[in-house]
Design a protein around this ligand. Sequence first.
Ligand code: PBG
Length: 326
Amino acid sequence: MSFSIPRRPRRNRQSAAIRDLVQETNVSVNDLIFPMFLVDGSGVKSEVKSMPGIYRFSTDTLLEELRELTDLGIKAIDLFPNYDESKKDRLATESYRQDTFYLKALRAVKENFPDLALMTDVAMDPYSSDGHDGLVENGQIVNDATLEILGKMALAQAQAGADILGPSDMMDGRVGYIRQVLDAEGFTNVSIMSYTAKYASAFYGPFRDALDSAPRFGDKKTYQMNPANRREALIEADLDTSEGADFLMVKPALAYLDIIRELNNNFDLPIAAYNVSGEYAMVKAAAQNGWLDGDRAMLEMLLSIKRAGAKVILTYFAKEFAQLKA
Ligand code: PBG
């Protein structure tokens, strides 16, 4: 006798308790890094127009905010400095000058919040009068001369207390170069989260508003990756792994979930994804217009990034997520 048992997948969706039992992916505040913006001065908390709910803080207001964030369970931040035009030059010298407001703020954060994981960005753009991530010579972004500047910047950030350095510049060989500089100076415990597969994306627009760091000419296509390419991400991941990266990052996240999965399938290092400014701004704009439910859209986005294979998510939603879960 043969009979067929009807498959009824809906049985596993019939109650909240059963749905929770079979839920495959969860996002926790432990997975999140909160990118934050710092400006010189004191008493500043100014909203980034294209990123509602995200502010540029001065060091004093940042420290107050960090009290709230750590109380909410946030354990990691990535701090980006906004420099006045007058401080920028071709060589990004302000990025490694001692005792800048940024390096002092890193020290203050570490002193006041020793348990917080403090990440920094290694790239020339916020300090460069050209607004590029690398050194410009005759209209070209020159690779190897940039490495020397990145090495000095990385060292200055490590000396100021950064726990994780995020080279976001996409120069060839920078992970290995920075690793050597750090090790030679005794900073063997400072981690590198490499922006491994960083694409030349339209979704960075609001971030460049926040830092006034848009390129002054041209675009970033000779160093950031072509959005059309998947296999090339494997080349970058191979290089970063062999050069000593501790994390491999994909950026942006949402339009590149397949790349996150690809790296997760092929590499053993923890995979991170950067849920970038434009992805945040889209949800905020639609929610403010009443066109979608912002909280649900946020949760679904973060879940999708985790499900694709990212263990770590850099996201401007970190505080809101923590508040929602609190
Ligand atoms: C700097 C840098 C950028 C971002 C992180 N680091 C901008 C860029 O490459 O132009 C983007 C972050 C975001 O959009 O949220 N190299």
